[in-house]
Design a protein around this ligand. Structure first.
Ligand code: ADP
Length: 368
């Protein structure tokens, strides 16, 4: 079992760069956690601190209740898979999998048993005699995962393990890694810049922003439906959430030619009077029917993109101050380019953020 606890963990590199700020989190035994955020936001640094490859500058890090700041990498019970799978080219898949165990002087028959069991989990049994050059990228990455897996560790660390694979292989490996996690049960921390990867694989996601600031920690469901600030709202979801900037006047959102009554979607409209806010909604949350529980918005269609299961509509809202939005519509109801397109944003799918603090405005909206 491996439960991890971070208390105000900070990393300042020797050159003075503060790469991780006050990282606080408890990771439960067996959880699959993704650290997600743009390049340079401190994901790998955090992972390397867990691995013991990087010192923790301040704060405390515990593994199973034991302070681990000074614990050697060896004693942490971790295995790590990196972006570059770095297999030994002159060794077969079998030998690559067995390599670490051979070094540890483990008996050949025990190694045989472990290699076969690991190969079975990863679907590599028929490739054991092959050399890496005769494998696809996905198979190589599976061997790399296998090398980590074979050591029966309690913590799995993965740093962008799929980024060298093509799109199709990535999708396949995503579900394979999930299945491996389910069967092995090791606590897993997985670093990616790809929000889709994070959404599809994680029990919980940590969204980080450049400078090493944690923005929100939650399940994929929580982050998608309840993003607590503009950064998370814009980061999670593809295409990203639409933002329309404006101000509150007489209880209404005004901006880009829109006038929207805010009382259905914020708790205390009065406290917002005169404030700059952002009205937001997801491209896929719109509806075409008119009803009293939706806002009506009119846009001008600039471009449409048929994707098969839906169409992305690139449109603008407003006359003088125009703002670009993206809408996802049923391909059978794709509007004409250049046409006016009126749609509804259900109150349950509308978000209001304070433009200054970038935090969500307090509300009681139950998203569904
Ligand atoms: P990510 O994994 O999110 O892309 P990293 O954790 O690798 O980000 O890096 C976070 C920040 O710390 C980056 O701005 C990077 O340039 C900086 N950084 C990483 N390693 C070092 C180092 N050894 N010395 C100084 N700065 C570093």
């Amino acid at each position: 079992m491996a439960q991890l606890l971070f208390k105000d963990v900070n990393k300042v590199y020797p050159n003075g760069y503060h790469a991780v700020h006050d990282f606080n989190m408890e990771i439960k035994d067996g959880e699959f956690i993704c650290l997600v955020g743009d390049s340079g936001c401190g994901k790998s640094t955090t992972l390397r601190m867990i691995a013991g490859l990087e010192d923790i500058t301040a704060g405390e890090f515990y593994i199973d209740g034991k302070l681990a700041n000074q614990m050697s990498s060896r004693d942490r019970g971790i295995a790590m898979v990196f972006q570059s799978y770095a297999l030994y080219p002159h060794l077969t898949v079998y030998e690559n999998l067995a390599f670490g165990l051979t070094l540890e002087g483990i008996d050949a028959d025990v190694i045989e048993e472990k290699v076969q069991a690991t190969a079975k989990i990863l679907g590599l049994t028929e490739y054991l005699e092959r050399f890496p050059r005769a494998l696809s990228g996905g198979q190589c990455q599976r061997v790399a995962v296998g090398r980590a897996l074979i050591r029966k560790v309690k913590i799995f660390l993965m740093d962008e393990p799929l980024s060298n694979l093509d799109a199709k292989q990535r999708v396949t490996m995503r579900s394979e890694i999930k299945q491996i996690h389910r069967s092995v049960g090791a606590t897993t921390i997985y670093v990616t810049h790809d929000q889709t990867e994070a959404m599809t694989m994680s029990d919980r996601i940590v969204v980080m922003k450049s400078g090493g600031y944690v923005q929100q920690i939650g399940t994929p469901y929580e982050l998608y439906f309840y993003p607590k600030n503009l950064f998370v709202a814009g980061f999670i979801g593809e295409p990203p959430m639409n933002f329309i900037r404006g101000a509150v006047e007489n209880g209404k959102f005004k901006g880009c030619g829109l006038e929207l009554e805010l009382s259905p979607v914020v708790k205390d409209v009065k406290s917002l009077e005169g404030k700059k806010v952002v009205f937001a909604f997801r491209p896929e949350a719109i509806k075409l029917e008119n009803d009293s529980a939706s806002y009506r918005l009119t846009s001008k269609v600039e471009l449409t993109e048929l994707l098969g299961d839906n169409t992305n509509v690139y449109a603008t809202v407003g006359e003088e101050e125009k703002v670009n939005i993206i809408l996802k519509v049923n391909p059978h109801h794709t509007p004409e380019m250049g046409a006016e397109f009126t749609f509804g944003v259900p109150h349950v799918s509308a978000y209001v953020y304070d433009a200054e603090t970038e935090e969500i405005v307090e509300n009681d909206v139950k998203r569904h």
